[in-house]
Design a protein around this ligand. Structure first.
Ligand code: ZN
Length: 551
């Protein structure tokens, strides 16, 4: 019997009773990661073969159930990935190769793309087929019956070769809205040919959670023996919500990507969906305790993809448990639960207290304690520090990315700090000649170290670099460890001081000694002076660390 002959009546499916639904809701879920395939299709994301293998190993250790490694029919790199993957041992995950149905009018045994799927020698093969008649007729340019045969033939062929087969029903929700009978026929074609899982895809990302939930329930009523999965995209910002709606209505496989990477606005974000399942819905999916690796894994993926970390990402973002408003900080100091929906360490994150213009005394006190400095909320010093911070913020200072400048400020206010050097003067000059082309930057620095005057001059790529070189030269005799200090990032921002005066410049410098990193800030109406202030804080902080005065 061809799949076409098994057309259902048009009465519409009966819904399962509550006990059946409960069974499905309690049944175990599995996580299907497609960061390496769908995620890699995101703008600005390009994984090398080495990146893909590294990431697959991390995902496996983390405990996802499936890792979709790529599309062997689309590029050589993915073929090489599967060749490498076949040699390795995988602890938790099964590796899946991704592809499509056989071509229209081509016997499946002769279809080169399907052959490449088998050549990948993965235990699992996932392939997509068309659900939506619009695509069948306008994109594939074939008949509805041939499309059903393409799905069934491909499943049957892969099953015959011993593969676990996951069928991705592309544009399922759009197709189901347009012609629900035909959409169900495509699923039935895959199921009757032996597919192990039918994945409902919201390929264009335009569906709403109630539509996804209702359709999932109806599919399960029509095909009660099917194991369903869900694959959503985030075009309406609902990738996670839609996946959860499907899970609540019986879907048992969730497909998504780490950090929500993917085409356009991305895929269902596993970094969000996993903690929700485990912590909010009591549906554990990872090995016990592994959720605490989530934040690290999220940062690792950003590093590999060479993307900036999304500080506002739910659960894993740097700001996810950061408190700035004085009232909030006061409350979390009394009980964390007051403004935090979960304990941050459960997902590997931590609480952060920000010092900003909304700060109260509690922020300053907690922040100082976070940095290992003991001050009390009622102390006059605490009040003094807060006043100073507020005055500096009026000038355009910001301490959120400048912990080191904040710490120096507190230490200076507490008089718990002896400076390592004193500045007497600095001077920079830039000379540029057009003919012959010539640029030269020079800086002199006059400082006092241990009461002794030192004057140095140095050249640099620009005035700030020349100042940096000159200051290092001046300090090098007394503090030879200065050679370990490196400046790793330098950001300049033009700001308004908030007083209606001329624009000012804020410079943020990120530095490292090879072991840790710190940020410093300087503000002035002159970019050189702002840079100098941030630079001096960075050097002082480094000397403080290396002198052992700082725990
Ligand atoms: Zn997709």
């Amino acid at each position: 019997m061809s799949p076409v002959a098994s057309v259902r009546d048009t009465q519409g499916p009966e819904l399962p009773d509550r006990s059946t639904l409960n069974y499905f809701m309690k049944a175990s879920l599995n996580i299907y990661d497609t960061t390496l395939r769908d995620g890699a299709q995101g703008e600005g994301i390009n994984f090398s073969l080495a990146d893909k293998l590294l990431l697959a190993e991390r995902l496996d250790a983390f405990g996802v159930h499936y890792i979709e490694g790529g599309w062997p029919g689309s590029n050589e790199k993915d073929i090489a990935f599967f060749a490498e993957a076949a040699k390795r041992k995988w602890t938790h995950a099964k590796i899946a190769a991704f592809g499509s149905t056989r071509k229209a009018g081509v016997p499946v045994e002769q279809d080169s793309q399907v052959r490449l799927l088998l050549d990948a020698e993965t235990p699992v093969v996932t392939f997509f087929g068309k659900t939506w008649l619009l695509h069948v007729e306008k994109v594939l340019r074939t008949t509805p019956d041939e499309n059903l045969r393409m799905i069934a033939d491909t499943v049957a062929h892969l099953k015959k070769q011993g593969r676990e087969v996951i069928y991705d029903a592309e544009h399922f929700f759009d197709g189901y809205k347009a012609h629900s009978d035909y959409a169900l026929q495509t699923l039935r074609a895959a199921l009757e040919a032996g597919a192990d899982c039918l994945v409902l895809c919201d390929t264009n990302g335009g569906s709403l959670p109630d539509e996804v939930g209702a359709a999932t329930r109806e599919v399960l009523a029509a095909l009660p023996q099917a194991r369903l999965g869900i694959h959503t995209h985030n075009d309406c910002g609902l990738g996670v919500a839609n996946a959860l709606a499907a899970v609540e209505n019986g879907a048992r496989q969730i497909q998504g990507t780490l950090n929500g990477f993917g085409e356009r606005t991305g895929n269902c974000n596993l970094t969000t969906v996993l903690p929700i399942l485990e912590l909010k819905m009591n549906r554990p999916v990872l090995p016990p305790g592994h959720l605490a690796q989530l934040q690290q894994l999220s940062r690792f993926v950003d590093e590999i993809a060479n993307l900036h970390h999304d500080t506002r990402a739910p659960f894993v973002g740097l700001s996810a448990f950061a408190h700035k408003g004085g009232m909030h900080v006061n409350a979390v100091n009394k009980t964390d639960l007051s403004y935090e929906h979960i304990e941050p360490s459960v997902v590997g994150n931590r609480q952060r207290i920000l010092v900003g213009e909304l700060s109260g005394r509690t922020n300053v006190m907690l922040k100082a304690r976070e940095l290992g400095l003991q001050i009390e909320e009622k102390d006059a010093a605490t009040r003094g520090i807060l006043d100073q911070i507020k005055a500096m913020e009026m000038q355009g200072y910001e301490f959120e990315a400048a912990d080191a400048s904040f710490e120096l400020l507190v230490r200076r206010a507490l008089q718990a700090y002896t400076p390592f050097f004193e500045l007497e003067a600095y001077h920079t000059s830039l000379t540029r000649k057009v003919h012959p082309h010539f640029t030269s930057c020079e800086a002199t620095v006059n400082i006092k170290v241990d009461g002794k005057a030192i004057a140095t001059v140095a050249e640099g790529d620009g005035p700030v670099n020349a100042l940096d070189q000159s200051l290092r030269r001046a300090l090098g005799g007394r503090y030879p460890q200065i050679s370990k200090l490196t400046l790793i990032d330098y950001k300049v921002r033009i700001i308004n001081s908030g007083l209606g005066t001329a624009a000012r410049t804020r410079v943020l410098i990120e530095s490292s000694d090879g072991e840790s990193q710190w940020g410093t800030v300087g503000v002035s109406d002159n970019v050189i002076e702002a840079s100098w202030l941030a630079l001096v804080d960075s050097v002082e902080y480094f000397l403080l660390r290396s002198s052992g005065q700082k725990s």
